[in-house]
Ligand binder design. Structure first.
Ligand code: SF4
Ligand code: SF4
Length: 455
């Protein structure tokens, strides 16, 4: 009974058992019978018996923290620089990062060598390098070196490689083409058509960025690279999400579009930019997803993906090794001071003479940062997908059911997605239009079937 959830959708319930890969829409009497049958280990009504049988069968294991030696790192993360050539109006990183140091080629070589030595010693056959910033391609030489050298080391060891980067797209066409030719996945920040992009993401001297970034998006669209367009949505642009989606389908060929909401920061407040209302975001996300889906483009909100079950939302806890320009090895690409503000230490070691010197205790502490340690998430049906969200920016120390705006939008988008997966698209659309009904669904204090009082 433990990981079986039921969430009210109008006068019905969505039954969801993520570890059993089971989703069903049932009415209240059926839910009551089902619960009674599971509790008493008794037969159910014949119409419900297949559901009961599925739920009694073992599901996939509960996602837990990693244990044991570090032999299967999620990826090698490289932060070639924290500098950036944009001055996004909501990004507090911009100002201090303009003049950030660049990773030396010696350090870049050490990072790649240490990574391949680790993979080879563990007998791994796949490797991944992810680049973060700032804007990683501001340190073009370091990126070129890592890509070429990692490809060379991978060939030596017979390891299949993937390269991925998160980028702002503000560079000459030749650099865009090089990226398109050498990378497998590019996550491109592009907030919408010209007036939105230019208002959100100008250059440091106040110039428009749209033309150049759109040119990069067009280059990536014409290449075999997997393009992910990531759009930051604000209170002002939330109503335009369907229009942004339609515009993307006309202009570019991404594999997916990721809509994320603005994270409130002093700089964003200074520019009077606010996050959207969570219900409006969920409603417009669903509308945008229908438009993109009609063109074969997936729509993503990072905390609402039900693709797999996980114990932690992000690279943190999954043994990613993220190397910063000064040689520290961290579990997260944010700045040290950002974690500290949230009471976390995500530093797991250092590059030392061409090897990873990983602090075992620090690694175990980071691995322990799973959904099981996040009280707010204890009874939420999203616990094995969202898993509490960002460890740094989402405070999940509250009691179960004390959902904030991030939870509400995650819960609504996940519910709508699950309804659509079982062919209940019309119900999903109608339910999302009804703000009061959504408030009931999103606000249920515990989703666990065993704790639903109405049943
Ligand atoms: S309670 Fe909030 S943060 Fe936790 S899993 Fe649910 S939606 Fe995510
Ligand atoms: S803790 Fe937050 S910022 Fe750091 S890697 Fe995870 S999601 Fe990203």
């Amino acid at each position: 009974m433990d990981d079986i959830f039921a969430i009210p959708i109008d006068d019905k319930y969505l039954l969801y058992a993520p570890l059993h890969h089971l989703t069903a829409l049932v009415n209240r009497p059926a839910l009551a019978q089902l619960e009674a049958s599971l509790q008493a280990d008794a037969p159910a009504h014949p119409a419900l018996q297949p559901l009961v049988d599925r739920l009694r069968a073992p599901g996939e294991p509960v996602p837990m923290a990693r244990t044991g030696p570090l032999t299967d790192p999620l990826f090698l993360g490289i932060i070639p620089t924290r500098g950036c050539n944009m001055a996004c109006r909501y990004c507090d990183f911009a100002a201090p990062k303009q003049s950030s140091p660049v990773m030396s080629l010696d350090l870049a070589r050490d990072a790649v060598d240490a990574y391949f030595d680790l993979l080879a010693a563990a007998g791994q056959t796949r490797g991944e390098v992810h680049f973060f910033g700032g804007e990683p391609f501001c340190a073009e030489t370091a990126v070129h070196f890592v890509v070429e050298y990692a490809a060379h080391r991978a060939a030596e060891h017979g390891i299949a490689m993937r390269f991925e980067a998160t980028s702002n797209g503000l560079y000459p066409a030749a650099r865009g083409q090089w990226i398109a030719d050498h990378f497998d996945t590019l996550v491109l920040s592009l907030d919408g058509p010209a007036e939105i992009q230019n208002a959100h993401r100008p250059t440091p001297n106040g110039h428009d960025s749209f033309e150049i970034v759109a040119r990069s998006a067009a280059i990536f669209s014409d290449a075999p690279i997997e393009l992910v367009i990531r759009a930051c949505i604000t209170q002002e642009t939330v109503g335009r999400m369907p229009e942004i989606a339609a515009w993307i389908t006309h202009e570019f060929l991404p594999g997916s579009v990721c809509f994320e909401t603005l994270t409130l920061s002093p700089l964003a407040e200074q520019h009077e930019m606010l996050p959207p209302d969570p219900w409006e975001f969920a409603l417009n996300f669903d509308r945008a997803a229908q438009i993109l889906g009609a063109h074969g483009i997936e729509t993503v909100h990072s905390t609402a993906s039900t693709r797999d079950c996980r114990a932690t939302f992000c690279p943190v806890g999954r043994d990613a090794l993220i190397v910063s320009p000064d040689g520290w090895v961290d579990a997260c690409y944010l700045l040290h001071e950002d974690w500290e503000r949230s009471g976390l230490n995500l530093r797991i070691g250092r590059l030392d003479s061409g090897r990873f010197a990983i602090h075992t205790d620090a690694l175990q502490d980071v691995r322990a940062l799973t959904v099981h340690a996040r009280p707010l998430c204890a009874d939420c049906f999203c616990r094995y997908h969202c898993a509490g969200g960002c460890h740094v920016n989402h405070d999940t120390r509250g009691r179960p059911g004390e959902y904030d705006a991030l939870c509400v939008q995650t819960r609504l988008i996940t519910l709508a997605g699950l309804l659509r997966e079982i062919g209940q698209g019309e119900l999903a659309a109608a339910w999302l239009e009804d703000r009061a009904a959504c408030a009931v669904s999103a606000g249920q204090p515990s989703d666990r079937l065993s704790r639903i009082e109405a049943v």
